[in-house]
Design a protein. Structure first.
Length: 86
């Protein structure tokens, strides 16, 4: 039983670290979730032209998926927006 809880805690820590690293990665690309609404982020990730404009066309698929999830989860119209400067 203790091993089960320890594994759950370690999975939570790993997930949290990856969320922090994707946030840092987004900032390095000058992408801030609160600058666009969810629909706008969806448009960015659905168009090859827009992906290229933001320099996202060179990213690995898994990193692109994690970045999209992060940006949409914290978009301006989400329940947990992250706005630059706050």
């Amino acid at each position: 039983m203790k091993k089960f809880f320890l594994s759950l805690i370690s999975i939570g820590i790993i997930t949290n670290l990856s969320a922090n690293s994707i946030a840092t990665f987004a900032q390095q690309l000058n992408l801030y979730p609160g600058t666009k609404a969810t629909v706008q982020w969806e448009r960015v990730f659905s168009s090859k032209r827009r992906l290229k404009r933001y320099g996202l066309d060179r990213l690995a698929y898994d990193k692109l998926v994690r970045l999209k999830y992060y940006l949409i989860e914290h978009a301006a119209d989400s329940k947990q927006p992250i706005v630059p400067g706050l």
